[in-house]
Design a protein around this ligand. Structure first.
Ligand code: ADP
Ligand code: MG
Length: 679
């Protein structure tokens, strides 16, 4: 039962099944002293009466308990016959429960009641833990209290050597942590709240410490032992491109990141790097420059994108950028025609393809490279961990991997969740961009919004109108989209205006045609679902209207907004909502209006939603800590990180006597870890 319902398999699991709160039964209160401020109370006294009263729905058991200071009423609405039989007027009882007030008089409803004895006369010597249980377990009689009893017995049985210390003495001393055995005792059965808090702090640290240590170990092992391709030279392709083709000067952030990556790929070790850069910060060109360096060293590259639209767009813009450079760039997606696909596969296998661009189709087994040296994964959060791992196997010596994402993750979170990856940030936008102006408008303002779009179109600009697609399969969402499309067309009649539409249920060639018409300004308006969320680049578009904006999460809103503001013109983002929106939604919209900074938005997102929901981290399961909360416990996160870094710097093999505890603990935990390679 425990096994199936709560995933408790061993004593160790039971020890790690923590109470969600404690109740204080350490004191016995005087009935006469209870007042409105008392939430829970424990009293002792003589049962003076115990009667069933009322009819039908109102039938209840009413009893009174009296001590030398006063009298209190107790009521039960369920199981009343049974309870009445069990109680005896004239006996002394110990009663615990939540205090309610009825007609100004204190009252317990459904209190816990037990016979008053010498043993329990002065109350418990510890705070009583309450554990989460499930409905099924409760039916079997295994409620939170019963689990507490099991845990209590378990703690009687074990001794300090069963819960060996796993943190070095220096850490215990530095942070004044209690030892591990005490921490487990006190988190379940603390004598006082202070004991509990000490235990909690210690166990949270331990949790964060080992999570970060495991990831850090993967990284440090890779840095020390992995073998990687070495890109020794910068050759003709790179130089020619840099001097003759590059249409702009790189930003300082782009230069810095390029340097970081080049250092990695020249080190002889395999690179696994996460590149974070806000939407529009220019990550693609960095990836392209690196792929050219790979080509200069006779290696092939692959660039993988989350959607066909994006893959196609990367293909178009890269083909255009490289112009007449003597390299072969090919596209491979799920909808490539058989003949074309066969040709691309063959060219890839023989090494003729220099850069292969595509969707997840590029990591299928059928795709064989002659000499893959560099892999770029764009907008990584759409790719599963397992898919990423497939890339490693595409070459004898695994290729360098660059993971790019515009989903901003706060730094602490990134370092914790992706601790096995090296980390680069591009925190600068190319010059000349004007900050996007964002406003929130209610639905009844729609005509004004449409007029505004007309003005922008008259200036030669284009606009997106995005509809929410909560579920890929939701019929209602599509109906709304179609209704919206018709409505937009009635505001913008042909032949003065042309409207494109793109959504997930379309055939990909139709999607592509519609997209392409918008790209070349053949249509002025793009009506779409969130399929265009990531990566799409149409610099001439200056208005982003988001319909039912209250239904979108912050990071999605930010991604969508990032589709405009890519040219030199002033751009606008209009968040349309109904008149009634929830408090959370209002908060999100307020943040969007207030800032364009993706990292600030990510911090806010984290505050509002908590870490479990941050995109790109759910799959990794890395942020689902039992005790720690990566937002609220930031101080502990940082302390743990500091200790992990220092140990991995000085003693990564745990050879010092001081670190033996860590080594032993990791050894014991082996096989249980869920942290495999996450890139
Ligand atoms: P993202 O980081 O969101 O993927 P892109 O790589 O799509 O951004 O770049 C956004 C736009 O900025 C593109 O049109 C690109 O050509 C342009 N761009 C990139 N770097 C620079 C730069 N240093 N100066 C000017 N424009 C740039
Ligand atoms: Mg991009």
């Amino acid at each position: 039962m425990l096994r199936k319902e709560l995933k408790i398999f061993t004593f160790n699991d039971l020890l790690n099944y923590f109470p969600f709160r404690h109740v204080d039964k350490t004191k016995v209160d005087k009935i006469g002293e209870l007042n409105y401020q008392t939430e829970y109370a424990q009293v002792a006294g003589k049962l003076i009466d115990c009667e069933i009263v009322g009819e039908k729905q109102g039938r209840r058991l009413v009893a009174h308990l009296k001590d030398d200071s006063g009298e209190i009423e107790m009521v039960w609405f369920q199981g009343i016959n049974w309870i009445q039989k069990a109680l005896q007027v004239g006996q002394h009882y110990l009663v615990f429960g939540k205090l309610g007030f009825f007609m100004n008089k204190a009252q317990f409803s459904h209190p816990e009641i037990e016979t008053y004895t010498k043993e329990n006369a002065t109350g418990k010597s510890f705070l009583e833990p309450i554990y989460p249980s499930t409905e099924k377990l409760k039916i079997k009689g295994l409620n939170g209290r019963a689990i507490g009893k099991l845990t209590y017995h378990l703690l009687q049985l074990i001794s300090e050597k069963d819960v060996p210390e796993n943190l070095p003495q220096s850490i215990l001393t530095k942070y004044k942590f209690i030892c591990r055995y005490d921490a487990y005792r006190h988190i379940h059965f603390p004598a006082t709240e202070k004991h509990f808090l000490h235990a909690l702090r210690r166990l949270k640290f331990e949790e964060l410490f080992f999570a970060q240590l495991r990831l850090g170990l993967i990284k440090s092992t890779r840095h020390r032992y992995s073998k990687g391709q070495s890109f020794e030279k910068v050759g003709n392709l790179f130089t020619t491109f840099y001097e003759k083709h590059l249409p702009f000067a790189l930003t300082n952030a782009q230069k810095r990141v390029l340097k970081e990556i080049r250092k990695d790929v020249g080190s002889g070790k395999q690179m696994n790097r996460l590149l974070q850069g806000d939407v529009g910060s220019g990550k693609t060109i960095v990836a392209l420059l690196m792929m050219l360096i790979a080509a200069d060293n006779d290696f092939q590259s692959v660039l993988m994108a989350p959607t066909e639209i994006l893959a196609q767009q990367h293909f178009n813009s890269i083909t255009e950028l490289i112009g007449d450079l003597p390299i072969c760039v090919k596209l491979l997606t799920g909808s490539s025609k058989t003949k074309e696909r066969r040709e691309v596969l063959q060219l890839t296998e023989t090494g003729k393809v220099t850069i292969l661009i595509g969707t997840h189709a590029v990591i299928e087994d059928k795709v064989v490279f002659k000499n893959l040296g560099f892999a770029v994964i764009d907008e990584q959060h759409k790719f599963g961990v397992a898919q990423r791992a497939l890339l490693w196997k595409k070459n004898n010596i695994p290729p360098h991997v660059l993971v790019m994402t515009a989903t901003p993750i706060p730094r602490t979170l990134a370092l914790t969740a992706y601790g096995d990856l090296d980390y680069s940030v591009m925190d600068e936008l190319p010059p000349g961009r004007k900050a996007i102006k964002t406003v929130h408008r209610f639905e009844n303002n729609r005509p004004n919004v449409m007029d505004f779009i007309k003005e922008e179109i008259a200036k030669g600009r284009q606009a997106y109108i995005i509809y929410p697609l909560i579920e890929e399969s939701s019929k209602l969402d599509y109906e709304n989209l179609m209704k919206g499309y018709e409505e937009v067309k009635s505001f913008f009649p042909e032949p003065n205006y042309w409207v494109s539409m793109v959504h997930g249920k379309m055939k990909s060639d139709q999607k592509e045609t519609n997209m392409q018409r918008f790209v070349i300004n053949d249509t002025q308006i793009m009506v779409s679902t969130t399929v265009i969320e990531v990566g799409v680049n149409v610099p001439n578009a200056s208005v982003m209207v988001i319909e039912s904006a209250e239904k979108f999460g912050l990071s999605q809103l930010h991604q969508l907004r990032g589709r405009v503001g890519r040219g030199a013109e002033q751009s606008f983002c209009i968040l349309l909502t109904g008149s009634k929106i929830s408090k959370d939604a209002a908060e999100r919209l307020k943040i969007m209006v207030a800032t364009n900074d993706g990292f600030k938005i990510a911090e806010k997102d984290l505050e509002i939603r908590g870490p479990g929901d941050i995109e790109g981290t759910q799959q990794s399961g890395l942020l689902n800590f039992r005790l720690a909360n990566i937002v609220q416990d930031k101080v502990i996160v940082d302390a743990a990180k500091e200790q992990v870094d220092s140990i991995l710097d000085t003693d990564p093999d745990f050879t010092l006597a001081e670190n033996l505890r860590i080594k032993n603990y990791l050894y014991l935990q082996k096989g249980k870890t869920i942290w495999s390679k996450i890139s």
